[in-house]
Design a protein around this ligand. Structure first.
Ligand code: TYM
Length: 344
């Protein structure tokens, strides 16, 4: 089976954007690929954080993976910092990545501009995408399922892989008697067909995000039905009757209808025809119901998982073991090792 890697940062609680943009695809793809799903705690420390809170959030995120249907019997679920190979490969890759490639990344520009003073911007914020490339390339991943906001990062990972293959791949493999092989497989991005960009409830033109100040801008996976209802009722709407997709003048309608479609598990056409004449009030009522219905089993499973911590520990331990073994094959180039042993 071809391999696949993806991850979520353990900051705050996962929201509908994370779920629809990424986790939902993960659950489907675990049937088809050899899957590695990571809680990327080393990425989370690129911004200031509370260490104790980070540990808790790491566990919560892992528990939510399971609650959403990621199956530890077929997927390796692990914490990034438990597998040192990520940091090791990141250093190697940083030596072949031109600084200009990193300075150009919009996420770096945005996040560093947000810091109140420049001395707060750590080097890790700049080299963040290199660590991300290491995550992906260590597992020789063929596919990386993410939301639209990560697309540029995956493209950079491809560029880094190609550059490394070009600079070192051929030479090393020829020395070993190979025919100009590659060090890394070039990964492809996988975006979900709907909801690749889930937008804020308060503004249909900016993305739903964990770091947005107002909690009213997002639905968290652990929000109870009452909270979901009030967030949806207060969500931004427009003055028009009827919901529709793809009207550039109605970003809120497009966003909420997309969420409604997936949350109720119906087709785009069905969502469109059901909602095309609805008043906003009625639509919002149905939307809030659909979201809470969809989240209920996830929240139930989450509680059970968090109640018995030993199971979660075991899952993360097994995941880290499999990941470390797989990662070592890339990092230490097994063939080179065998060769070295043979001549020694
Ligand atoms: P993070 O933690 O910001 O988000 C996790 C996943 O959720 C997706 N996502 C969204 N999708 C649709 N609409 C939204 N509003 C929305 N918000 C978030 C993200 O695209 C992502 O798939 N750098 C990554 C984590 C990472 C990673 C990796 C991902 C580290 N290494 C290797 C893939 C492969 C991040 O910060 O995601």
């Amino acid at each position: 089976k071809a391999r696949l890697f993806s991850g979520v940062q353990p900051t705050g609680v996962m929201h509908l954007g994370n779920y629809l943009g990424a986790i939902k695809s993960w659950v489907k793809l675990q049937e088809l690929y050899d899957t590695f799903y990571c809680i990327v705690d080393m990425h989370a420390i690129t911004l200031q954080h509370e260490p104790k809170e980070l540990l808790e959030a790491t566990r919560r995120t892992a528990a939510l993976y399971l609650a959403c249907g990621v199956n530890p019997e077929v997927s390796s679920i692990f914490v990034q910092s438990h597998v040192p190979a990520h940091a090791e490969l990141a250093w190697l890759l940083s030596c072949v990545t031109p600084i200009g490639w990193l300075r150009r990344m919009t996420q770096f520009k945005e996040k560093s501009a947000r810091a109140s003073d420049a001395s707060e911007v750590g080097t890790g914020l700049l080299t963040y995408p290199v660590l991300m490339a290491a995550d992906i390339l260590l597992y020789q991943s063929e596919l990386v399922p993410v939301g639209h906001d990560q697309k540029a990062h995956i493209e950079l990972a491809r560029d880094i892989a190609e550059r490394t293959n070009r600079l070192y791949g051929n030479r090393q493999w020829k020395k070993l008697g190979g025919k100009g092989g590659k060090l890394f497989r070039i990964p492809d991005v996988f975006l979900p067909p709907v909801n690749a960009r889930v937008m804020s409830l308060q503004d249909g033109t900016s993305k739903m995000s964990k770091s947005a100040e107002s909690d009213m801008s997002r639905i968290n996976l652990l929000d109870d039905p009452k909270l979901v209802k009030s967030k949806i009722q207060k969500a931004k709407s427009d003055g028009q009757v009827g919901l529709e997709f793809d009207n550039p003048d109605r970003p809120e309608a497009n966003n909420l209808l997309g969420i409604y479609q997936t949350m109720s598990g119906i087709s785009k056409d069905a969502a469109q025809s059901e909602c095309k004449d609805l008043q906003w009030g009625e639509f919002k009522f149905r939307l809030a119901e659909a979201i809470s219905e969809h989240l209920r089993p996830i929240q139930d499973r989450y509680k059970i998982i968090m109640d018995d911590r030993t199971v979660l520990d075991q899952v993360l331990q097994n995941g880290a073991d499999v990941a470390a073994e797989t990662a070592a094959r890339t990092l230490f180039n097994e063939q080179a090792q065998r060769d070295a042993e043979g001549s020694g």
